[in-house]
Write a protein that binds this ligand. Sequence first.
Ligand code: AMP
Length: 249
Amino acid sequence: MKILVPVKRVIDFNVKVRVKADGSGVDMANVKMSMNPFDEISVEEAIRAKEAGKATEVVAVSVGPAQAQETIRTALAMGADRGILVQTDVELQPLAVAKILKALVDKEQPQLVILGKQAIDDDANQTGQALAALLGWGQATFASKLVLEDGAALVTREVDGGLETIRVKLPAIITTDLRLNEPRYASLPNIMKAKKKQLDTVSPADLGVDPAPRLKTLKVAEPPKRKGGVKVASVQELVAKLKTEARVI
Ligand code: AMP
C-alpha cells in the first residue's frame, strides 16, 4: 500500500507572527520556516505503517516555492521514501492545493492520503475535506488513533463530545490530530541519506491545475490586545460588574 503525505512549509510555530504595516499580509522576511506540526504527525504515522509492514511506500508531497524542498527533505530524513514538489510561487488556497493533490492521487494511485488537520498559518482545516470530496473518497478527520486493516482503516476521531471510532474503506483520506503520535527527530545519518533520495519537481500546469487564488484578502490585522483581568471579592460584586460594566446580563 502506498501512502501519500502532503507536507506544508509554514512559519515555525515558535515565531511571533507580525502583520505588515500596510495590513496586506504577514511579514515573511527572514522568518524561520518549518514543516507544519500536524504534517510531522502524518509523516510519523505513515512511516510507522511502513515499519509495521502495512505500507510499502511513503511519498511526501509539498506544494509551494522552491524552498519547500527543504520541508520534503525533512520528511525524507524522518523516513519517507521519495518526494514530489509541486513548485509554484502563487498564493495558495486550500481548494487549489486539493485540486493539485487530486491530480497527484490520480497519477500515484495511493491507498491512503494522510494530511494534517490544519496548517498553522491559515488554520483553514479544509484541504483534506476538499480532497476527499474531489476524489469521492471516504474521510476520517482529526484522527487520534489509526489501525490499518485489510481494505479499511479503523480511525478514532477527536470530536466535540469526546472520541468516536469509525471504519473507512480504503482508499481514504485521513487528517491527523495532535494526540495521534509523537513525531521522531531525524538523525544526522538519516538527514545525510535523505539528500540522496528521489525528489521530483513538477508544476501545477504539468498536472493540469490552475492554482490561482479564488478568494481575495482585504485586510490582515493583529488581534486586539487583551486587557488585564480583575479579581472580585464576592458574587454580588461579580453580578454588579456584569450588569453595569460588561452589560451582559
Ligand atoms: P489547511 O486546510 O490549509 O488547514 O491544511 C490542512 C493540511 O493540508 C495540511 O496539514 C497539509 O497536510 C495539507 N496542505 C495544505 N497546504 C499544503 C501545501 N501547500 N503543500 C502540501 N500540503 C498542504
